[in-house]
Design a protein around this ligand. Structure first.
Ligand SMILES: [Zn+2]
Length: 294
C-alpha cells in the first residue's frame, strides 16, 4: 500500500518532471550524436569518390582501388598520351577519312593520295592476312594517320558492354602497334559515337575512352557510298556539294573491297575541291574532334 502511495506521489511530482527533462535531454543528445556519426561516414565516402574522379581514376591505394570500376583495371597497356586539342585547322580544310579497310582497294586509294600528295585518315578493322599486314604498314609509311574502327565491327558484340568494346578495341590496338610501331590515339566508333546499338552504354564508353587518352571522331559530310543505289557520281556529288558548304569537313568514305565506285569518285572529288581552294589534311590527336551534336 505504501509503495503504491509513493508511486502515486512520484508521478506528477517535481522530481518526476526533473527526471523527465533529464531523459529528454539525453535522448536529444543521443539522436544528434547518431546523426553526426552517419553524416561523417557519408562525407568520408563522398570524399574518397571525389578523390578518385579528380585523380582520373589512376590514383593507387586501397581506399580508391576498391571503388575503381572493373573495366578501368583491365588492359593496362591500352592508354595513349592525351594531347591538348590546340592544333588550329585553317579554313577550307578537308579531312578525307576511309573506314573499314584494309581491303582490295586500299592500295588504289593510297596511290591516288600519293599522286596528289595528300594525307588522309584510315579507320581500320582487324585483318590477319599477309596483304593486310602490309597495308597497315603502308598507310603509316606513306605518312597517313592510322586510326581504329574496332577489330570486329560487329555492332551486337562490341556494344554489349564497355568491357566487350574494350576487349575488341585492345585486340586491334595491340595489332597495329605490333605491326607499325604506332599507337593509334584516335578512333571512330562503328555507326558513329552514338547509334541505335550503343545508346545504353555510349556515355560510359566514351568517358572510358577519353580517360584512356583516346579521341573519337564522327563526320559532317558523308559520301553515302555504302547505299545500294550509290554510284561514283552520287558519291562525288554528295561529297563536293556538301563539303563546299563548310569551312572544315570530315568526309566519311569507305575502303571496302566491293566499293570500286568510291575509288572511281576520289580523283574528281580531290581535283574539284582543290580548284575551289580547299586543302586536304589528316586527323590527329591534337585536332579538336568532330563529333555529332547530342
Ligand atoms: Zn564502319
Amino acid at each position: 500500500m505504501n509503495i503504491k502511495r509513493e508511486d502515486q506521489q512520484y508521478f506528477g511530482s517535481v522530481l518526476f518532471f526533473k527526471h523527465l527533462i533529464l531523459a529528454t535531454i539525453c535522448l536529444i543528445i543521443f539522436s544528434l550524436l547518431t546523426v553526426a556519426i552517419v553524416l561523417n561516414k557519408k562525407n568520408n565516402q563522398l570524399s574518397s569518390k571525389l578523390t578518385q574522379l579528380t585523380g582520373d581514376g589512376q590514383i593507387s591505394g586501397s581506399a580508391t582501388e576498391n571503388i575503381k570500376l572493373d573495366y578501368q583495371k583491365k588492359f593496362p597497356k591500352l592508354y595513349v598520351e592525351r594531347k591538348a586539342k590546340t592544333k588550329s585547322v585553317p579554313e577550307k580544310t578537308i579531312f578525307l577519312t576511309f573506314d573499314d579497310g584494309p581491303s582490295r582497294n586500299t592500295m588504289h586509294i593510297l596511290d591516288i593520295l600519293s599522286y596528289y600528295d595528300l594525307k588522309a585518315t584510315f579507320f581500320v578493322v582487324y585483318n590477319d592476312s599477309e596483304d593486310s599486314k602490309h597495308i597497315y604498314q603502308e598507310i603509316v609509311k606513306r605518312g597517313h594517320t592510322i586510326a581504329i574502327h574496332t577489330a570486329s565491327h560487329k555492332y551486337t558484340d562490341i556494344y554489349q558492354s564497355v568491357d566487350s568494346f574494350l576487349e575488341d578495341f585492345n585486340k586491334i590496338f595491340t595489332k597495329i602497334e605490333e605491326l607499325t610501331g604506332v599507337k593509334p590515339d584516335i578512333l571512330r566508333l562503328p555507326g558513329g559515337s552514338i547509334n541505335p546499338y550503343n545508346v545504353n552504354i555510349h556515355q560510359e564508353l566514351l568517358a572510358e575512352l577519353l580517360r584512356r587518352g583516346f579521341t573519337f571522331h564522327d563526320w559532317n559530310v558523308s559520301g553515302n557510298d555504302t547505299g545500294n543505289s550509290a554510284t561514283s557520281y552520287s558519291i562525288y556529288q554528295a561529297v563536293v556539294n556538301n563539303a563546299s558548304k563548310n569551312d572544315r569537313s570530315v568526309v566519311l568514305l569507305h575502303d571496302l573491297s566491293d566499293k570500286d565506285i568510291t575509288v572511281d569518285a576520289l580523283e574528281n572529288i580531290i581535283v574539284d575541291l582543290q580548284d575551289m581552294g580547299y586543302s586536304f589534311e589528316k586527323l590527329d590527336g591534337s585536332i579538336k574532334p568532330f563529333t555529332f551534336a547530342y
